[in-house]
Design a protein around this ligand. Structure first.
Ligand SMILES: [Zn+2]
Length: 214
């Protein structure tokens, strides 16, 4: 084999490798075929804020779509994902429902007592619909509300408790979750790849949810 020939071969295999790299995202997307709506049910009532909070319900939904749902589609871990405000969620398998309630005293969960600092809580039993809520008064801004909604939706879909908080992407030193880690009140975070990965896998479980206030 002469020198030119082998260089051509190298070039050809490099071109093939590049082509398969650029084709990968679309293939992965087509294989996944995931669609999902995170339904947010506003159960706050006349929305008061108790301190220096600056969130609005529509602002939080906007951040949820921009910072959490959109990266799931562009990565691509899913085909179609949105967060939507609705009093009557049109639930389909693979969706999630989270109630926004004022505080734990207004909980819609069967057992409401909860730790003083948590931003939300979920109740789940394998084989039964999950029920999730986020405490409006405990959040500081749109990003914190969005993160809390994403966090509880993931608990509800995965039906996992504290194990979710320690999830890590596979691989050497795989990054851990940030938004799905145990939350610190007043420290809103943007999602890590591990957050998106865990959430996409949870969608595939097609867990059912309580869709109206019990
Ligand atoms: Zn949690």
């Amino acid at each position: 084999m002469d020198r030119n020939h082998s260089r051509r071969d190298v070039l050809r295999s490099m071109t093939a490798a590049t082509a398969s790299l650029s084709a990968w995202p679309r293939m992965a997307c087509a294989q996944q075929g995931i669609r999902h709506t995170l339904w947010v049910v506003d159960h706050i009532g006349p929305a008061h804020l108790i301190g220096n909070q600056v969130q609005t319900v529509l602002g939080a939904i906007g951040v949820l779509n921009l910072a959490f749902m959109a990266p799931l589609v562009t990565n691509p871990l899913a085909d179609s994902i949105t967060a939507q405000l609705s009093a009557t969620p049109n639930f389909a398998p693979g969706d999630a429902v989270v109630f926004l309630v004022l505080n734990p005293a207004r909980s819609v969960l069967p057992n409401s007592p909860t730790k003083p600092s948590v931003l939300g809580k979920s109740a789940y039993v394998p084989g039964a619909p999950s029920i999730c809520e986020v405490y409006w008064e405990r959040c500081f801004n749109d990003l914190e509300v969005a993160g809390a909604l994403f966090h509880e939706a993931a608990h509800g879909m995965s039906q996992q408790g504290d194990d979710m908080h320690d999830y890590r992407s596979s691989g050497i030193g795989g990054p851990g979750v940030r938004v799905l880690a145990e939350q610190q009140q007043g420290v809103p975070k943007l999602p890590s790849y591990a957050d998106l990965e865990f959430y996409a896998a949870a969608i595939r479980r097609r867990t059912t949810f309580v869709t109206s206030v019990p």
